[in-house]
Design a protein around this ligand. Structure first.
Ligand code: SAM
Length: 292
């Protein structure tokens, strides 16, 4: 097979041909465990690149290069593309495919485990099974914008408001560090093989604000509380921090009852209310004593 080296996909027909013939050439069946669903709609790739505003100044990070469908278009617009791919067969394929490009670097490995190079933008059709940890890892980096494909249901959790069914630790923690914008729903038939679920494109911009907060500890606190998100603050604290709250003196019990939002359900608390509660618990010396 000769791999097409023409300019970025002229049509979805050309992209589909590339995906099918590359899979045939490699003799592999895409695996669900690694979310190997390849884009076969060239208009979506164009849309992603436009939304990220990729230009000659940009150093782009792509997570999960697959069969080069997106990487190729990024390489034609950006100064440099770093592409991380876990699957050894695909990373070798990508390395061969881009052997004549001087602005593409293929990094073979698990995007969750390896250190990322510096980048200005990320455009990625993410492996859905690692959506949550990869989003948190992304938000630890310094960058301008990311345009990411998620499973639609996951994307809805990013936008969920307090009191709604999808409101979770993810909704609270992601919005602490980033501004998220829902761009577009993507149908199953835009991929090969077709996933069973719809997808969504989301834009994330880091907020770059100084937070007077130990994010890791606050994240743990929120995670603990959201395991009991239907309970009141009072019950959730008593269950989660039982060592601390089972041995309170009478005076401390009174203090506990005076905590803000004590009778509210966890899932109804806004981000600011959770921060206020956390700070009050820290101030009382209860949270740190539970951790050590
Ligand atoms: N970018 C291609 C496209 O748009 O068609 C492929 C996207 S496909 C949804 C996700 C890709 O991520 C697959 O090629 C898969 O092998 C790769 N992948 C899965 N887990 C990964 C991980 N932990 N680190 C890096 N790549 C991973």
């Amino acid at each position: 097979m000769t791999i097409s080296q023409s300019l970025c996909w002229k049509s979805s027909k050309e992209l589909r041909y590339h995906v099918f013939s590359s899979l045939k050439y490699l003799g592999v069946n895409p695996t669900k465990i690694r979310s190997q669903n390849f884009l076969i709609d060239s208009n979506i790739i164009k849309y992603q690149i436009e939304k990220a505003g990729i230009n000659q100044e940009d150093i782009v990070l792509e997570i999960g290069g697959g069969l080069a469908s997106l990487t190729k278009c990024l390489a034609e617009k950006a100064k440099k593309v770093y592409c991380i791919e876990l699957d050894k067969i695909f990373s070798k394929f990508l390395r061969d495919y881009f052997s004549t490009y001087n602005n593409v670097e293929i990094i073979s490995g698990d995007a969750l485990k390896i250190e990322w190079p510096s980048f200005s933008k990320s455009v990625s059709n993410l492996p859905y099974q690692i959506s949550s940890p990869i989003t948190f890892k992304l938000l630890e980096q310094s960058f301008q914008v990311a345009v990411l494909m998620y499973q639609k249901e996951f994307a809805e959790r990013l936008f969920a408001e307090p009191g709604s069914k999808n409101y979770s630790r993810l909704s609270v923690m992601v919005k602490l560090k980033g501004k998220v914008k829902y761009l577009k729903t993507i149908n199953e038939h835009s991929f090969y093989p077709q996933p069973k679920v719809k997808s969504a494109l989301v834009e994330i911009k880091p907020l770059n604000r100084e937070l007077n907060l130990d994010i890791i500890q606050f994240g743990e606190f929120v995670t603990n509380l959201f395991t009991l998100k239907g309970k009141t603050v009072r019950s959730a604290l008593k269950i989660n921090f039982k060592n601390t709250f089972s041995s309170l003196s009478e005076k401390e019990k009174e203090k506990l009852e005076k905590l803000p939002f004590i009778h509210r359900r966890i899932f109804s608390l806004t981000q600011n209310e959770l921060i206020e509660l956390y700070n009050e618990i820290l101030r009382a010396g209860w949270y740190s004593s539970e951790r050590h």
